[in-house]
Ligand binder design. Structure first.
Ligand code: ADP
Ligand code: MG
Length: 391
């Protein structure tokens, strides 16, 4: 039996480690519900720091800063998987309710630990990771089986949006690829024949209540998410249930409280492979902000405030379009333009979200648009039209 703990009610401070766009959307959701928010981020100017009631500019392992946060906040969560486990442990030791705790975040922030964990999980769910091996020493390279090629070499830590990854076609190219990544610990993963990619958001409360959102189908461009569409157009019957059950089993297995995203690959032969997990709300879950009863950010608030979780029901088909900094450059890299928001806003069934970032850069996530429709086709057409208008 889980001991019932009092919920943390509106009016209280909630804390968030990291001040990026995920922290900003969390802050907006919390404030809409009447909470106050304290953001901790190392940089002076951050999307969440600029709108929170309290902003602490400090390193994540600055003990004085963590103490200040603990004095203010009854509960703290993270928007950033690379926040040191030590920071979460320190906050917990100061009596703060930390959700998720450091164990779940540690698994997700290290691909070696993550793959190992996902591989053991396969026995229960029948969904495992792609074949892989770990490279930590020069000697590891000689031992690699030929059938892992072509493969993708990924740094164990700090990779995101396809960064820190090199495709390696044969074993002879591996030495140079590993040197290019700085000989840091890596995993080499077999490159799979993907049919399509999907993700599942699951949320768990402190009392073991678990809810899942409908599966989202994701298209990436240059390793960065481009669109997410729900309901997932290519899913075959039975696949959605299997993935949701697997994601629910996984969140319980980690004993994780909060919002967790599980990315899957569906292969050309119909097999399902688990790619990675993210210990926070996820870009592929931004559709929930306008298309579901409860957004993923409200769920983050609910889980950390020990409230009952919200309804995950999809209210309308949706296609989310990511807005990258590239849109601000019309061909010439030295000339910044403002995208044609008037055209986007002329669509009555699109929802524009901009993250308040002042300097657009190529590949930088600046915002997203949720394109709704009465039917899946309408949502997708709406999204294609908006994408074409933005150029
Ligand atoms: P990131 O942390 O950057 O999101 P991922 O491991 O999810 O890293 O890889 C980014 C993208 O690269 C995936 O969404 C997928 O499109 C492609 N990819 C990654 N691993 C594989 C693989 N083993 N086989 C085929 N494609 C892959
Ligand atoms: Mg990924």
């Amino acid at each position: 039996m889980v001991k019932r703990l009092e919920p943390i009610l509106p009016g209280s401070y909630l804390g968030i480690l990291g001040g990026g766009q995920l922290g900003r959307m969390f802050t907006q959701a919390a404030q809409a519900m009447g909470y106050k928010v304290c953001v901790l981020d190392p940089s002076a100017d951050s999307p969440a720091g600029s709108i929170a009631e309290q902003f602490i500019q400090a390193d994540y392992i600055d003990s004085a800063a963590l103490k200040k946060m603990a004095n203010l906040c009854k509960s703290v969560s993270t928007e950033f998987e690379n926040v040191p486990a030590q920071a979460l442990d320190e906050l917990e030791a100061l009596g703060v309710f930390v959700a998720p705790r450091s164990n779940g975040v540690s698994i997700a922030q290290d691909r070696v630990a993550e793959k190992k964990f996902l591989a053991t999980w396969k026995e229960e769910t029948n969904i495992g990771p792609a074949p892989y091996c770990v490279i930590e020493h020069d000697a590891d390279i000689a031992l690699i089986a030929a059938d892992l090629f072509p493969g993708i070499l990924k740094t164990a830590r700090m990779g995101y949006d396809g960064k820190g990854q090199i495709t390696v076609h044969e074993s002879s190219a591996l030495v140079a690829a590993w040197a290019e990544l700085g000989k840091v610990p890596c995993v080499l993963e077999k490159r799979m024949e993907l049919d399509f990619e999907v993700s599942v958001l699951v949320v768990r409360g402190y009392d073991d209540e678990v809810v899942a959102y409908p599966v989202s189908q994701n298209i990436h461009r240059d390793g960065i998410l481009f669109t997410s569409t729900v309901p997932a157009p290519s899913l075959k019957s039975g696949q959605e249930k299997k993935m949701i059950e697997a994601a629910k089993a996984l969140i319980r297995k980690i004993d994780y409280v909060g919002v967790l995203c599980v990315e899957f690959f569906v292969l050309k032969n119909g097999d399902v492979v688990v790619n990675e997990i993210a210990p926070r709300p996820h870009n592929s879950g931004h559709y929930t902000m306008n298309a579901c009863v409860t957004s993923q950010f409200e769920q983050q608030v609910r889980s950390m405030a020990r409230l009952p979780l919200g309804d995950t029901r999809l209210l309308a088909p949706v296609s989310m379009l990511n807005l990258l900094g590239d849109l601000w450059f019309d061909g010439a890299i030295d000339k910044v333009i403002e995208p044609a928001w008037n055209k986007v806003l002329a669509h009555p069934d699109t929802k524009l979200h901009l993250y308040g970032k002042s300097d657009p850069r190529m590949g930088r996530k600046m915002g997203h648009i949720n394109c709704l429709g009465e039917s899946l086709n309408q949502a997708r057409q709406n999204c294609a039209a908006v994408a074409a208008e933005l150029g």
